[in-house]
Write a protein that binds this ligand. Structure first.
Ligand code: ATP
Ligand code: MG
Ligand code: MG
Length: 381
């Protein structure tokens, strides 16, 4: 079969490989890490840095189309590859999304609201921000994920200290908003402009890391979900985006919808699609990368996705490391386990997830409670 290319060797790349191989493609993964989850299942693992000219040339010459699994791929690398092969999403989209300052300004320009914020390039910028950005969150403009590179700041003085602690890198300072809930929209846009949407997921974070995503198949056409899908479409069209992308949203206590950030790839909150949708977000990424017809995003059932962090390997009472009780998880009807094959479990590290399916949300939630109990992770239906 044809070869597809993937820049990045993490779990998103691994699930992409599985989906691509099921459709008859071979996948070449570019990642420097010999132990990478995607490299281990790829048909070819090119062990080189994301900006290594030799590795990039090898990838481009082998593959008819190339995609990526993380936003921090050097945009220049995508540009280099694009002179030889198809690259989706394009460098221009990724360059905006990987810098919070450009990302926020861009989202605003499409008419979609964002949190009140200020770009911070130096200490003087903190002196000038309006008082109503406090209490706020200082976020490094680049390279943050899972809440890393962020600090809650109650006062201007705390913001100054946080900026110094970050080494003075470019940041955004945004107001801490009163959230009612969080949701996200995963969508795909093809080269001809056609777009498809998955039902939006309701997300719960713990310590800045996604913990739970929930989709009630009976509530797919709620007004707020339609509003979110329209906002995601405006953003995708503005970016002339080709590929799978996700927009994270906040729903405020007064009901307003605010865009938080864009991921130029499949998203953790879309992992539910692997079992609860006709076509998963990874198959969708394969299709859109390869220029095949977009897949069916219809839901098959309701679903609760529970993330499995490395914490699950540490016994709560003794603190000692042990293998989690997978047998108890697999004994729960409706539970589908996905592990990423990471070499070492560390606290806060994403190791896998469980999609718990149900004909109704109540059914999925009650089964998810059993899974959560088996893994000793908190979950309240
Ligand atoms: P990801 O892993 O999703 O890329 P990230 O490190 O880019 O995470 P954000 O998405 O910016 O971080 O923030 C992580 C979480 O922190 C959000 O999902 C939300 O729960 C909370 N949060 C972030 N910004 C705000 C805000 N302005 N007001 C209230 N809560 C916020
Ligand atoms: Mg992020
Ligand atoms: Mg986020």
């Amino acid at each position: 079969g044809d070869w597809l290319g993937m820049i990045g060797g993490g779990q998103l790349g691994r699930m992409y490989c599985h989906a691509a191989q099921s459709l008859g493609y071979k996948v070449a993964v570019l990642d420097p890490d010999a132990q990478s989850p995607a490299g281990a299942v790829a048909d070819l693992h090119i062990r080189a840095a994301y900006d290594d000219p030799v590795g990039l040339r090898q990838l481009a010459e082998r593959c008819k189309a190339i995609t990526t699994e993380f936003e921090n791929v050097p945009a220049q690398s995508l540009e280099t590859l694009a002179s030889v092969s198809l690259v989706r999403p394009g460098a221009h989209s990724v360059a905006i999304v990987q810098d919070r300052i450009r990302e926020k300004a861009f989202i605003e320009s499409t008419g979609v609201p964002v949190a009140p914020y200020a770009a911070i390039h130096a200490q003087q910028d903190i002196d000038a921000v309006p008082e109503d950005l406090f209490p706020g969150i200082l976020k490094a403009a680049r390279l943050g994920y899972d809440g890393k590179g962020q600090a809650r700041v109650n006062t201007r003085e705390e913001a100054r200290q946080a900026l110094q602690a970050f080494g003075g890198v470019a940041c955004v300072l945004e107001a801490l908003l009163p959230l009612a809930s969080e949701l996200s929209v995963v969508m795909a846009r093809a080269a001809d402009g056609q777009a498809v949407f998955y039902p939006s997921a309701r997300n719960e974070h713990r310590d800045g890391i996604l913990a739970v995503s929930i989709v009630d198949a009976q509530l797919a056409d709620q007004a707020i979900a339609i509003q979110a899908a329209n906002a995601a479409l405006a953003i995708a069209e503005g970016l002339r985006y080709v590929g799978v992308m996700c927009v994270e949203f906040f729903v405020l206590q007064d009901g307003r919808l605010i865009a938080n950030e864009i991921a130029p790839r499949p998203h953790n909150s879309g992992h539910y699609t692997m079992n609860a949708s006709v076509c998963s977000q990874f198959e969708q990424q394969v299709r859109v990368t390869a220029g095949m017809p977009l897949g069916d995003t219809a839901s098959l059932c309701s679903v609760v996705m529970l993330n499995i962090l490395g914490d699950v390997w540490f016994d709560r009472a003794s603190g000692l490391k042990r293998e989690p009780d997978w047998t108890a998880v697999l004994a729960v009807p409706g539970a589908k386990l996905h592990l990423y094959g990471k070499s070492e479990a560390r606290r806060g590290r994403k190791m896998g997830h469980v999609n718990v399916l149900g004909a109704t949300l109540a059914e999925a939630e009650s089964a998810a409670s059993r899974v959560a109990l088996a893994l000793d992770i908190p979950f309240q239906p």
